[in-house]
Design a binder for this molecule. Structure first.
Ligand code: ZN
Length: 308
């Protein structure tokens, strides 16, 4: 087996306004970073069409219909202050979900050791009934529920190291102890949630980081809060909400990580996934807005996944 990579040309057709940080060039930079010899063993697969019915795993039908109605026939429609949709955004969003669900199928059915999904739009800010923060639907949450419904997973851990708190994922699983949600993120920062005392049904673990936090404090937070929670939870599957905007080059935040930190964090999660769930790990791209920081970080992350 190997590490599988899902992507799809449709992800480049979710168009955002000029100057918007969440732009198609992110995926182009990421693809170039994964072209080298070191990645020749990657199992590259085009993402399958998604099943729209699985959106309902995390969002009510009324909300899904509202997002669909907001997709414009031409131009760019504004959904909230910083979340927009273009004519192909629906297909991109559904394909991103299809890729995440297929990645779950792959690790449960033995087609891959682990999987990285390079898709957009991202998902972790999408709450049950609110599209926000560049996100339409919550890909990680849908994938977690897919693992439970289709593969009988009893416990799914979602680890989110995007520099922004995943308010959407927290919202969706707030009272669902079958899913553990752990997040490291800068605080204060958008979207404003993610304090330590937000604990849901005991299944939410927030590790907020002060602006200026570097490798040492990030790793300490990961070691002291995130990893013990995942270990105690004994998940059947680990899903990573892999944003790379905590990289020091990123323009949207003030956390000072390097690509080595993403390599390290990936390795620690792989160890835990191996101990509890037979190594099943699915990683979904979230943020990361400096093209070079994103490319280097994703390369370090995927390189570590491939080392098995
Ligand atoms: Zn982010």
């Amino acid at each position: 087996m190997a590490t599988r990579l899902y992507t799809h040309p449709i992800f480049l057709e979710h168009i955002t306004p000029p100057g918007h940080p969440e732009r198609p060039d992110r995926l182009r930079a990421l693809a170039r970073a994964l072209e080298g010899e070191a990645f020749s063993a990657l199992d590259r697969v085009e993402a399958p069409a998604g099943d729209e019915a699985t959106i309902l795993y995390a969002h009510p039908a009324e909300f899904v219909a509202r997002v669909r109605a907001a997709i414009p026939e031409t131009g760019i429609a504004r959904i909230d202050a910083d979340t927009t949709a273009s004519p192909k955004s629906w297909q991109a969003a559904v394909t991103a979900i299809g890729a995440a669900n297929a990645a779950v199928d792959d690790v449960f059915e033995g087609r891959a050791d682990n999987v990285f999904v390079a898709a957009r739009p991202p998902g972790h800010h999408a709450e049950k009934t609110t599209a926000m923060g560049f996100c339409l639907f919550n890909n990680a949450a849908i994938a977690a529920r897919h693992a439970q419904r289709k593969h009988g997973a009893e416990r799914v851990a979602i680890v989110d190291w995007d520099v922004h708190h995943g308010n959407g994922t927290q919202d969706i699983f707030w009272d669902d102890p079958s899913v553990l949600y752990c997040s490291t993120h800068q605080m204060p920062l958008y979207p404003g949630t993610g304090a330590k005392n937000e604990t849901g049904a005991g299944n939410i673990v927030n590790a907020p980081l002060s602006p200026g936090t570097g490798s040492d404090h990030f790793r300490e937070a990961f070691l002291s809060r995130v990893l013990p929670a995942v270990h105690d939870f004994s998940p059947d599957l680990v899903i990573v909400s892999a944003g790379f905007d905590a990289h020091h080059r990123d323009p949207l935040a003030e956390i000072e990580l390097t690509e080595d930190d993403f390599d390290w964090a990936t390795g620690r999660l792989m160890e835990l996934a191996g101990r509890h769930g037979g190594g099943k790990l699915v990683s979904l791209l979230e943020g990361g807005y400096d093209l070079q920081g994103l490319a280097y970080s994703a390369a370090a992350h995927v390189g570590r996944l491939m080392k098995g």
